[in-house]
Ligand binder design. Structure first.
Ligand SMILES: Cc1cc2nc3c(=O)[nH]c(=O)nc-3n(C[C@H](O)[C@H](O)[C@H](O)COP(=O)(O)OP(=O)(O)OC[C@H]3O[C@@H](n4cnc5c(N)ncnc54)[C@H](O)[C@@H]3O)c2cc1C
Length: 385
């Protein structure tokens, strides 16, 4: 029978980062199982690629403090590109309460060692982007090391490096069951045959709850559709711009290729496995875009190029990391709530530490364990886009 020291279910950016970190830590007997014909067909290939350390909870900030320098040195470490562009994230506050919120977050970020973040006033924002209607902007916060990566390249670089250092990737391998014995996890059943292993990592993204159910573990992870609208080439707004977030309604955008990529979290969206793009969303988002950036009223859009994917949401918008309570050998790396690309490097390091050494120095991993839900220890992230 096929065996592996560690089996990873799901070959998206999270599974690939864990495979990379395990092999980099000299655990070479790693098998990644991906049900699709190619990796990246889940949420990773649909992502906006934003990376930021401007969060409100210390644990999310700490995960970014590992992940962003990792992306900055990606090519040097791995020999593959991830296209990290340090163009920043600019949060624009339109109410004093937003500003107070950004100030509190800023203080936490600086206390944890984030450099490059600063508070800005409305006048500075108006001077930075005169194309923006910013008469109601009272200030904001900007971090110069925030920015964007190409999620597909990052995922591919991580998996390729892992494969060059001993890891194996099986495509067309759907996991259909998880076997257990008195010691814990004993193996996985797949459409390419069974694999015996004592360590399984659930990296199944929006599908993680059904994979956990194979092991009898209840996982509070729900899929939520998320739509993005790219524009055609457009040069009336600078392409050096950061990710700009309008805090009055959550609309945000960033330069992409020769145009812009527009995003907005529609509050009417309900959880479910919907991945078709709704053409009615174009008008909804363009109203918000033109309200904040008047020249975006002329933004050329081809709705056929717009797309939708799935966020994997948890009740407190933090991931669920670590070994499942009561099932030795069953590890979770799920529920990134829209932050799985930016937190994939830290997740790879944390999971590799927990799998190989039973502990990690990167964060207090007990904060993100599955047990927090049953024990009433949720930690709410509010800086969710
Ligand atoms: C529109 C959109 C924009 C986003 N923007 C950002 C952003 O700006 N920044 C950011 O950090 N994050 C963003 N995200 C979130 C981010 O994309 C995800 O958090 C991240 O990709 C999750 O990675 P993953 O590897 O866990 O999941 P996935 O990439 O979904 O990979 C999971 C894999 O598991 C496989 N799988 C599932 N079940 C099985 C099974 N039974 N057997 C074998 N394989 C299985 C799937 O086929 C899939 O390939 C965005 C998401 C969307 C949809």
């Amino acid at each position: 029978m096929q065996t592996a020291e560690v089996v990873i279910i799901g070959g998206g950016i999270v599974g690939s980062s864990i495979a990379y970190h395990l092999t980099a830590a000299s655990c070479h007997d790693v098998l990644v199982l991906e049900r699709e014909t190619a990796t990246g067909k889940g949420s990773t290939g649909k992502s906006m690629g934003g990376v930021r350390a401007q969060f409100s909870t210390p644990v999310n900030i700490q995960m970014s403090l590992y992940s962003i320098p990792f992306y900055a040195s990606f090519e040097e470490r791995l020999g593959y590109p991830c296209d990290y562009r340090a163009q920043g994230y600019l949060f624009c506050a339109t109410a004093e309460r937003h500003l107070a919120y950004l100030r509190t977050n800023y203080e936490k970020q600086v206390a944890l060692g984030l450099k490059g973040v600063r508070l800005v006033d409305g006048t500075e924002i108006r001077a930075m982007f005169p194309q923006m209607r910013a008469d109601d902007v009272v200030g904001g916060s900007f971090c110069s090391t925030d920015g964007f990566v190409d999620p597909y390249s990052a995922m591919t670089g991580l998996m390729t490096w892992a494969a060059e250092h001993g890891a194996a990737l099986w495509k067309n391998a759907t996991v259909t069951g998880i076997t257990k014995d008195e010691c814990g996890v004993a193996g996985v059943e797949t459409t390419r045959g069974p694999v015996a292993t004592r360590k399984v990592v659930n990296c199944a993204g929006a599908w993680a709850a059904s994979v956990a159910a194979f092991a009898g573990v209840e996982l509070p992870v729900e899929p939520l559709r998320r739509m993005l609208v790219p524009s055609e080439p457009f040069d009336q707004f600078p392409h050096t711009a950061p990710m700009i977030i309008d805090m009055s309604n959550g609309f945000h955008f960033r330069p992409e290729s020769r145009g812009f990529l527009l995003a907005w979290n529609d509050p009417e969206e309900k959880p479910g496995f919907k991945t078709e793009f709704d053409p009615a969303f174009v008008e909804k988002i363009l109203i918000r875009a033109a309200d904040r950036v008047p020249c975006f009223a002329d933004l050329p859009i081809n709705p056929k190029r717009a797309w939708a994917g799935l966020y994997e949401m948890t009740p407190d918008h933090h991931p669920i990391l670590g070994e499942a309570p009561g099932l030795p050998g069953f590890f979770l790396a799920n529920g990134f709530s829209g932050h799985g690309v930016m937190h994939a490097p830290a997740t790879g390091k944390i999971l590799s530490d927990l799998i190989l050494n039973g502990k990690t120095d990167l964060i207090d991993a007990s904060l993100l364990g599955l047990a927090r839900f049953a024990e009433g220890r949720m930690i709410h992230e509010t800086a969710v886009l």
